[in-house]
Structure formats: structure tokens, C-alpha cells
Design a protein around this ligand. Sequence first.
Ligand code: NAG
Ligand code: NAG
Length: 333
Amino acid sequence: MSSILSIEMSTILITVIGVLGAILCLVYLIVIILAHTPRKIVSPERTYKTCECESLPLIESKSSNPSLMVSVIIPCYNETERLRIMLDEAVPHLESQYANDWEILIVDDGSKDGTAQFALDWVRNYNLQKGSSKSAIAADRVRVCVLVKNRGKGGAVTHGMRFFRGQYAIFVDADGASRFSDLDKLLQAIKTSPNPEKAIAIGSRAHMVNTSAVVKRSMVRNFLMHGLHALVYVFGIRDIADTQCGFKLLSRKAALEIFPNMRTERWIFDVEVLIRGRRKGIPVLEVPISWHEVGGSKLDLATDSVLMAVDLVIMRLAFFLGIYKDNIKTKSD
Ligand SMILES: *[C@@H]1O[C@H](CO)[C@@H](O)[C@H](O)[C@H]1NC(C)=O
Ligand SMILES: *[C@@H]1O[C@H](CO)[C@@H](O)[C@H](O)[C@H]1NC(C)=O
């Protein structure tokens, strides 16, 4: 009698273990299938344009020696409408605060509306207006790199972060929603932190949750925003209030440790940057910044929210299962 029972018990046990094993394998397989692999860089993407030159080689930022103070990476997709506002604000600020110690690297993410040409024309016009005075910008200071095919914002930022020259690098949305001069605040936060060599400072809009800029948004948008926050909270980053703000500054060393390993090409890549920073023990400083809602967002609320949620869960599982690694060997592909 008792032996029959124990045979039954062991059958159940084996079945349970089998089912769990099968589920685990299935999850592993699904994560592998849905995990992101960055698109390979094709050779035209290793060049840049300036308002004077068509094609100059980009140099990969590997060495820890910067050649200037601050690099501004602007990912752009179809931004002829909004980029002007951004540049009108950013360039005079950089000129006045950082003299000749800055650069802008615009990564045109396969735009179809002539964004790259627009940016180059903007620089040419700016210089024409300044004449030969000192405040004309040197051609090489604003570089435009064109991706032959759209990669997604994460992919565009990652691309820019492989070829920056600064001691610090910030990525900024092209829409001008953040006040550009808040760059100084982020820089100050890193410089006064215990280890300025290796730190991340991110713009935060968390102090604005009750202000009209956020309350004015539609119910659906706010609902989705809260949903995403909840998900980010559950899947990893608890102590950062605003992970999605497109205004993040990294010290050179932090950028070089994080970006070569990046996998996510779409929106949720912000969270991957922060998770990777965490895993490497790089401090993340949240700095309240000014921000206002700008129309013409490329976010398709319904679809993109679902994709974000999926990416987030997959990313977390991929780290957990060791599919996303902290250090990939960077072979010069
Ligand atoms: C980008 O611009 C092109 C040309 O103006 C247009 O056909 C395309 O639909 C735009 N794509 C998006 C996602 O706005
Ligand atoms: C926003 O309002 C809620 C409820 O009125 C309050 O609990 C919360 O602390 C406020 N947050 C900020 C940042 O003011």
C-alpha cells in the first residue's frame, strides 16, 4: 500500500519537475527569440557629414582620452519641424558656456524628410549670419551621421555613443522639450559627485507630476504613463522616479562601459542604460529639470506601450538568464 503511494508520489514529482523544466526551457527560448540584437553598422554609417564635407570617417570612441569637454548626441527621425527649435537653443548656449569645447553629433535615424540636410543647412545659415566673427561654428563641431535604415531611438543613441569625443556625453531628444541650459545642472551634479570620472546624471520630471504640464495630458496618456512606471518599478529600477526623460548625461568612462553592450533599439533603451549602470556600480544622479510637452511625438500610444512593456519584461529576463551580458568582447566589426 505504502509503496504504491510512494510510486504515485514520485510519479507526480517527476511530472512536476518535467513540467517546470519544460516551462523554463520555453521561457528561455521565448526570451532568446524576443531579445534584441543591435543591427550591424554598415560602412556608410561609419562616416559623417559636416556643412563643408560630404564624407569623413568616424573614429570609434574607445580610448579614455577625450578631445573636448561635452558631446551632445541628438537622435533624429523626421525632425525637420522640431530640430530647428532645439538647435536655436542649444548652439548659442554651448557657444557661450563651453566656448570651443563642445560638439553636436546628430544621428539621423533613416529619416525620410531630409532631416540630415536640414541640420547641415542650419549650420551653414548660422555661420552665414555670424559672418567671419569668432562665434561662427567650426564645421567639424556639428557632425551629422546618417543611418541608412531606421534603427529606433535606442539604436540611434547607441550609435552616437560609439563615436563621441567628449569627456561627457549627453543625449537629448530633438523635440526641444527639455530646456537645454539644464545641461549645466547635470554637469554640475556629476562634477560635484564623489566619482566624477564615472557617473550618470539624468534629467527628471518627477517634480512636475502635479503641474499643469502633466495634468493637461489626456487621461489615456497619463494612464499609460502610470502603467509604465509601475512596470519599471516591478522590473528593476525602484529608486529612480523618471527613467524615460530624454536628457541623460554620462561621463566618458560610464558611456564606454555601457553603450558597447547595449541591446535594446527601441524606446525602453533608457531603462537598459540605467540597469547596466546599476550592474556596474555606476551612480545615477537624478536632477530636476524644466520640461514642457511638445506636440508631434513619434510615440504611437497604443502599440508602443505594449511594445515597451514586452521589451521591459524581456530585458529583465534576458539579464536574469544571462542572455544579456555586462561585457561583450568588442571586436572591431
Ligand atoms: C517621415 O517622413 C516621410 C516623408 O515626409 C513620410 O512619408 C513618413 O510617413 C514619415 N514617417 C513618420 C513615422 O512620421
Ligand atoms: C502630487 O499630488 C499628490 C496627491 O495630491 C501628492 O500625494 C504628491 O505628493 C504630489 N507630488 C508632488 C511631487 O508634489
